[in-house]
Design a protein around this ligand. Structure first.
Ligand SMILES: [Fe+2]
Length: 383
């Protein structure tokens, strides 16, 4: 067999090329929208692409599955429950896709999303048992996929990872993400084993109730442009430009810039509504980063924009996206609302700030969106 993991540093995603060296048939799993990167891999080895499989409808990056399948005449595969607006080959639990001597055995593992599948790779000449499993965003390295990206369910995730943990210790785990917003505690390694995760993943030692609560509380904010990206991947919108694909320089300013901004400047708070309600810079407008692309027409192009969030990372990426979309006068407020509060500035709120927030202000390491002109450290969440 041939197996290659392809890591996308920009969105923390992993895609996979699996092929039979005997039949020269190949499958690509969770392809990135930059499908050109797979072409030399297929061409140089003479592989014919037979299947393109999305483990689920992604919400954090635009999938290249439809494009790749169409270009190669390959079968586009998703779990039968996927609610998308285009034709695909529906997969069911237990089904095996033949790939030369290999078998790709489908395991329905909902939780992150209802249609999420894991793929067990079996190579019968070597062993009747699977040697590896591609887990999408069910079992991640040191974590599991979060359930709040559309139709997910923490209790279903508990069942799914329990099912995966019944696999033998040696089975190698290749997840859909090595970092990024789909989980909150990924360790950063791009692969692991069932045995290691069973022993050392903190979530996997929990009973159902604490597991469910750990998944539903203290979660990072929804990712940048999530609503536009998810709709694009379902085929009900066509907004591939919603992905942040560049790292433009943006002006980074302190909280004083809010005081000295021209009267027509917009302070754009890109936190979730519940964070905004607990306290924001007076006069700020709330537009969560997840909805930014969908609601771009609400962001005036002819006025200076100051993006702000809790501590400065979401606003930085949002400002980069606005620059990518051609906005000229965009700056991000370093230190965010936390710095504003710490300086004793007035706060406007519509809800009491007493109970703990469901959203944790934790920004995951994101290699493709490094701060470009500051040395301020980001808040790490990975272990
Ligand atoms: Fe995902």
């Amino acid at each position: 067999m041939y197996f290659k993991q392809i890591l996308d540093e920009r969105c923390g995603c992993a895609s996979y090329l699996i092929a039979s060296r005997q039949s020269l048939e190949a499958a690509i799993v969770d392809p990135s929208i930059e499908t050109e990167q797979y072409e030399p891999l297929l061409r140089e080895r003479g592989f014919t692409l037979r299947y393109v499989i999305d483990t689920h409808v992604h919400a954090d990056h635009v999938s290249g599955a439809r494009k790749l399948a169409a270009e190669h005449g390959a079968e586009l595969c998703l779990h039968a429950s996927a609610r998308v607006a285009y034709p695909f080959r529906p997969l069911s639990n237990g089904e095996e896709l033949p790939l030369g001597q290999l078998k790709l055995r489908i395991l329905h593992t909902p939780g992150h999303r209802p249609e999420l599948i894991s793929i067990l790779v079996v190579n019968p000449p070597r062993s009747p048992e699977p040697s590896m499993v591609l887990t999408g965003d069910s079992l991640l390295v040191g974590d599991v996929g979060r359930p709040d990206f559309g139709g997910g369910d923490a209790s279903a995730q508990f069942e799914s990872v329990s099912k995966l943990l019944r696999l033998p210790d040696w089975v190698a785990v290749f997840p859909g993400h090595f970092e990024g917003p789909c989980g909150k505690g990924m360790c950063g390694r791009p692969s692991t084993t069932i045995g290691f995760e069973r022993l050392y993943s903190p979530l996997l030692h929990m009973d159902r109730e604490p597991f469910v609560s750990a998944l539903n509380y203290g979660i990072p904010a929804r990712p940048l442009n999530m609503t536009a990206i998810e709709a694009t991947n379902r085929g009900v919108a066509d907004m591939p430009w919603a992905m942040l694909t560049s790292s433009p320089l943006v002006d980074e300013v302190g909280i004083e810039a809010i005081d000295s901004a021209p009267p027509n400047a917009v302070v754009l708070d890109v936190r979730e509504a519940e964070e905004f309600a607990r306290g924001h810079v007076p006069g700020a407008v709330n537009l969560p980063q997840a909805d930014l692309a969908n609601r771009l027409d609400e962001v005036p192009r002819d006025r200076p924009i100051l993006t702000i969030c809790q501590s400065g990372m979401r606003s930085f990426r949002s400002a980069q996206f606005l620059r990518q979309q051609g906005y000229q006068r965009v700056a991000t407020v370093v230190g965010g609302t936390a710095a504003w509060r710490a300086a004793g500035r007035p706060i406007e709120a519509t809800e009491p700030d007493t109970e703990p927030l469901r959203i944790a202000d934790s920004e995951w390491a994101h290699a493709g969106a490094m701060r470009t002109n500051t040395t301020e450290p980001r808040v790490p969440t990975s272990r």
